[in-house]
Design a protein around this ligand. Structure first.
Ligand code: FAD
Ligand code: A2P
Length: 298
């Protein structure tokens, strides 16, 4: 395996930390759209933020910091939270002065008091009206990027809002069409079918042949032994198609979403390797070193 070149970084000018928390960039919210049905308990939104042309730039796969207003209980300014960019570098409208995110409103039970709590930044962002100003930082992320070679297969594995960087990827791929045939797979895990974010866009890409899709709808589908279906189960089902992409065709594997998925996805690949007589213990570090395995989980 070639471990010397980095397919996602080759001689590229990657913008990093153009803005930091001490002097953030004020972006303006231009639109907010619910991606889950209004009456669904899961509230996920697509937000479009605008900046003055030339004031900022980013690449698909990077993340941007948001600093919620106000202070913590200890009186300190809130820390920034990271959000994966969900738009191509020119923005959803292609005009070069906006960036989009996909934000899930967090509600959780405080483990100590048992009280219902609201996530600070997600509730701030989900409740904003267009015209509001948002303090942003970044961008960050040097490696979870599209390769420059248009023939390299992409294996994208997402759960929930982890689909955001892949939405940026497919938007950029559509904006820069290539004649080269390419395998682009999306393995996407969500709790219910109402939570398949960007479902219309995904359907359109699948219908046009630009994307292969495998959904794992955990609360509606079951494995043969009666368990919730996760992305790793779908990977195992498609092992015959996925393994040659990784073992022979230099595919890049990207994971984004829930932290817990990493272990399951690695096990699915270990199983494929085992059945093909490959040494996964040696292969995974080599893939990482070659920048062909990227995990961004949270
Ligand atoms: P906080 O006020 O910080 O509260 C967090 C608390 O809520 C934690 O103590 C935890 O117990 C609980 N909590 C948080 N998330 C969950 C959860 N999913 N389930 C149960 N309990 C939870 N988030 C997105 O919505 N979209 C993105 O595209 C996105 N991209 C990210 C990219 C990176 C690289 C990283 C590191 C994180 C990303 N996140 C994304 C997560 C984001 O940064 C915040 O952590 C998240 O939105 C919660 O922020 P908050 O201020 O609302 O919650
Ligand atoms: P579930 O919560 O039904 O067990 P969201 O971010 O919208 O909550 O979606 C996360 C998705 O990832 C859900 O379908 C969730 O399933 C699934 N999931 C939870 N744990 C894992 C895991 N260890 N590996 C893969 N997927 C997981």
């Amino acid at each position: 395996m070639d471990t010397t070149t980095n397919p996602t970084q080759a001689k590229r000018d990657i913008p990093i930390n153009l803005f930091r928390p001490q002097a953030p960039l004020a972006m303006t919210l231009v639109s907010t759209k619910r991606l889950t049905p209004e009456d669904h308990p899961s509230d996920v939104r697509h937000l479009v933020l605008e900046y003055t042309e030339g004031a900022f730039r980013y690449l698909e796969g990077q993340s941007i910091g948001v600093i919620p207003p106000g202070t913590s209980e200890a009186g300190k300014p809130h820390q920034l939270r990271l959000y994966s960019v969900a738009s191509k570098r020119a923005g959803d409208d292609g005009q070069g002065h906006s960036v989009s995110f996909c934000v899930k409103r967090v509600r959780y039970t405080d483990p100590e008091s048992g009280e219902e709590r609201l996530g600070i930044t997600t509730n701030y962002l989900c409740d904003l009206e267009p015209g509001a100003e948002i303090a942003t930082t970044g961008p960050v992320g040097r490696t979870f990027l599209l390769p420059e070679d248009p023939t390299i297969p992409l294996v994208m594995i997402a759960t929930g809002t982890g689909v955001a960087p892949f939405r940026a990827f497919w938007e950029q791929l559509a904006a820069t069409p290539s004649q080269a045939p390419r395998d682009v797979w999306l393995f996407f895990g969500v709790p219910t079918s109402a939570e398949i974010l960007y479902h219309d866009e995904i359907r359109h890409l699948v219908d046009s042949g630009a994307l292969k899709l495998s959904l794992a709808i955990s609360r509606e589908q079951q494995t043969a032994d009666g368990k919730r279906v996760y992305v790793q189960h779908r990977l195992a089902e498609h092992a015959d198609a996925i393994w040659p992409l990784v073992a022979e065709r230099q595919a890049i594997v990207y994971l984004c979403g829930i932290k817990g998925m990493e272990k399951g996805v690695e096990e699915a690949f270990a199983d494929m390797a085992h059945r093909h007589g490959a040494d996964w213990e040696a292969m995974l570090p080599a893939l990482k070193k070659a920048h062909r395995w990227h995990a961004e989980t949270y």
